[in-house]
Write a protein that binds this ligand. Structure first.
Ligand code: PLP
Length: 411
C-alpha cells in the first residue's frame, strides 16, 4: 500500500455493524455493561470493551490505530493536545533525579515545558544539535531519554535520526530517542523506521489540516527495552515485552493525568488525516516556490529544501527532498517584520501551523515571549524573524501577496 492509499485504508475498515465508512462519533462518557462481572472483566483487561472515555473510546481507538499503522508502531495513545502528548511521552519514562537531553531548537511550548520538568526534579540539558558529537558530552549516569523534533519549528534544522538513534543505542547503557515529528508528518518520514523509539505528533497541525481540532498522539515503536534496573517504574510492565512502554503509558500516567482526546476531535482529525498526502504535496511545492521567490527578491529565507540551507543534504537523503510547509524570513528589524505581516492580504496572523490557509507570525513576540534572548536565538528566532506556515492557496496569489507586502516595505 502506498502512502495515499494507506491514509484511507490502513487500519481503517467500515464499521462492522453498520458499514459506516468513517468511525462514528461515540460522543459518550461511559459504556454500560450487562453485569458487574462483565464490567469487572473489561476493567481487568480480560475482555475487550469500553468502560469510560478517558480510558478508551471507539472513535479515539480508530484514530490511534490509523496513526499507529502509518508510523509503524506497536501501539498508540491519543491525547487532548500535542503538548499533552509531548509531556506524557516524557513522564512515562522520567522520574525525579533523572536527566533528559533535549534539542534547543524545540517548539516554544515544549521549551516552556522543560522548565516545568525541572520543578519535578528532572534536569534538562540542551544540545544545540542532536548529533553524536554534541550528545556525547551531555550523557551521564542519569540520562534517561533524548527528545528532539525531526524538523525543528521554527529553526528548520533537520535531525539525522538514524545517526542519533544508532549512537544512543550503542551506549553501554542504551538511551531511548523520542522524536516530535509534527512538522515532518508521516508524509516526509517515519522516525520509527529511521531508528527512533517513540514518536509524538501534535495532530492539531498537518494531520488535522483544517485547523479545527486540537489533539496529539504518542506512538510506541516497541524497539526500546526499558530495563527495570535502569527504569524502576517499568518493573511491572516488563511482562508486556515490546508493548511495555505503551502498556505502562495507557495503564498509568496517560489515563491518570486524564488528557484524553475527545471523540469529536478524534473524528475531525481522522477525516483530516485522509487528505494529508494531497495537502503535503501541495504545501511542500508551494513552500519551495515561495522560498525561491524570496531568494529572488533578495530576502534572507530559511527553508530546508533550498540549496542554501545547511540541511539541504539531509532534506534530500532523509525526507526525499521535501522541505515541509514552514519557512522563515528575516525582515531586517522587528518593525519591518511587523510591517510585512500587516501588509499581507491573504496570510492570516495566527499562531498555528499546518492549516490549509497560509498563516504568519512574529515568533519572538508571541510563541517565544517567555524565552530568554539566548534560548530564542538558539531556536532560530530573531527579532526580525517572520514564520510562514504556507497554505494550499494558488501559489501565484501567494507570491503576488508577498510581493506587494515587500514592495510596501521598500516604499
Ligand atoms: C504545535 C506543536 C506542539 C504542541 O501541540 P498542541 O497541539 O498545540 O498542543 C508540539 N510540537 C510541535 C513541533 C508543534 O508544532
Amino acid at each position: 500500500m502506498r502512502f495515499n492509499t494507506a491514509l484511507l485504508h490502513k487500519a481503517s475498515r467500515p464499521d462492522k455493524e453498520t458499514g459506516a465508512t468513517n468511525a462514528p462519533i461515540y460522543q459518550v462518557s461511559a459504556f454500560a455493561h450487562e453485569s458487574a462481572e462483565a464490567l469487572e472483566k473489561v476493567f481487568a483487561g480480560k475482555a475487550h470493551g469500553y468502560a469510560y472515555t478517558r480510558i478508551g473510546n471507539p472513535t479515539v481507538t480508530a484514530f490511534e490505530q490509523r496513526l499507529n499503522a502509518l508510523e509503524g508502531g506497536v501501539g498508540a495513545a491519543a491525547c487532548s493536545s500535542g503538548m499533552a502528548a509531548v509531556t506524557l511521552s516524557l513522564l512515562n519514562i522520567l522520574s525525579a533525579g533523572d536527566e533528559l537531553i533535549a534539542s534547543s531548537a524545540l517548539f516554544g511550548g515544549t521549551i516552556d515545558l522543560m522548565s516545568d520538568l525541572s520543578a519535578l526534579g528532572i534536569t534538562v540539558r540542551f544540545a544545540e544539535h542532536i548529533t553524536p558529537q554534541e550528545l556525547a558530552p551531555l550523557i551521564n549516569e542519569k540520562t534517561r531519554a533524548v527528545f528532539t523534533e525531526l524538523v525543528g519549528n521554527p529553526r528548520l534544522d533537520i535531525v539525522d535520526v538514524k545517526a542519533a538513534a544508532d549512537f544512543l543505542h550503542s551506549q553501554t547503557v542504551p538511551i531511548p530517542l523520542i522524536v516530535d515529528s509534527t512538522t515532518a508528518t508521516p508524509y516526509l518520514a517515519n522516525p520509527l523506521k529511521l531508528g527512533a523509539d517513540i514518536v509524538v505528533h501534535s495532530t492539531s497541525k498537518y494531520i488535522n489540516g483544517g485547523g479545527n481540532a486540537i489533539s496529539g498522539v504518542i506512538v510506541d515503536g516497541g524497539s526500546f527495552r526499558f530495563s527495570p534496573e535502569r527504569y524502576p517504574t517499568f518493573e511491572n510492565y516488563c511482562k508486556f515485552g515490546r508493548m511495555a512502554y505503551i502498556a505502562k503509558l495507557r495503564g498509568g500516567i496517560w489515563r491518570n493525568i486524564g488528557a484524553c482526546l475527545s471523540p469529536i476531535n478524534a473524528f475531525l482529525n481522522g477525516v483530516g488525516l485522509e487528505t494529508l498526502g494531497l495537502r503535503m504535496e501541495r504545501l511542500c511545492s508551494n513552500a519551495l516556490e515561495l522560498a525561491h521567490f524570496f531568494e529572488q527578491r533578495g530576502v534572507s529565507v530559511n527553508y530546508p529544501a533550498l540549496e542554501s540551507s545547511p540541511y539541504y543534504g539531509l532534506c534530500q537523503s532523509q525526507l526525499g527532498g521535501r522541505g515541509g510547509a514552514i519557512l522563515t524570513v528575516r525582515a531586517g528589524s522587528r518593525e519591518r517584520a511587523f510591517r510585512l505581516i500587516n501588509s499581507l492580504r491573504y496570510a492570516l496572523v495566527a499562531t498555528n501551523i499546518g492549516d490549509v490557509r497560509t498563516l504568519v507570525i512574529h515568533p519572538a513576540s508571541t510563541i517565544y515571549l517567555h524565552s530568554s534572548a539566548a534560548a530564542r536565538e538558539s531556536a532560530g528566532v530573531y527579532d526580525d524573524t517572520v514564520r510562514i506556515s504556507v497554505g494550499i492557496e494558488d501559489i501565484e496569489d501567494l507570491k503576488e501577496d508577498f510581493s506587494q507586502a515587500l514592495d510596501h516595505l521598500e516604499g
